[in-house]
Design a protein around this ligand. Sequence first.
Ligand SMILES: [Zn+2]
Length: 288
Amino acid sequence: VIAVDVGGTKLASGLVDDEGQLTHRERTATPRHEDLDGEQLWEALVAVVDPVAEAAGGRALAVGVGCGGPMTPGGDTVSPLNIPAWRDFPLRDRLADRYGLPAAVENDAKALALAEGWVGAAAGVDDYVAMVVSTGVGGGIVSSGRLLEGAGGNAGHIGHVIVEPDGRRCGCGGRGCLEAEVSGLAIEAITGGPPADASPELRAHVGRLVGRAVASVAALLDLRLAVVAGSVALGYGDAFFDAAQNELDERARISFARGARIVRAGCGDEGPLIGAGAVAIRALSSAP
Ligand SMILES: [Zn+2]
């Protein structure tokens, strides 16, 4: 299948086989100039997907996409918060038309959750949450082996679990959401510098709040594994993961959540594309 990753900073594509192996990767920076229109962004996207489709030589069965939300259920149209050029952009049909293949579009964090369960740190686990802590905070939850959808396809938005009752204003309109406290954008706003320059104390604080959110999710959903990706979490390394695990140990006390673990995602920088491939394969296997 042809895998496509649409992000605020990069556009990427590759081929994913039925064992989750990724080949023929292409990528480019997401164009960002102010008067960028939707068609120009589309042209930039197909410039990285065309060579991959060509490399497939007619053997690809479907196109799968991981894309920032929000989107309509099923991904018919996408309006990624961090990509203003696309509002109600009909991404799925445009890809299906161009490549003559069935196409499926999914929230990027949910796609990552599929990748981690397929060939990553949650392989063989039926109940887990996968998270991305980078510019924003996203997540996807697998429960009893199924990716949770919710009424509008938005299940898993752990970034808006409240971790500080009197905390910072969140972009969603709420206050004290995890995303408002620990996203890369939040850290920049707090420190006035890039997230990579955060002090050891702040790195541990970010880990603690993520552990706090995971404790609530573990209790709510009867799960014992959180896999975490994203430049902030992975960049902060042990300072982040040790603090997150300590907080989780402290907070997750009910018997079925006790012993919950918070670990690094296993797919590395291939996760978004492997996840997009999983989205395509899932759509094929559920087709009539
Ligand atoms: Zn929020």
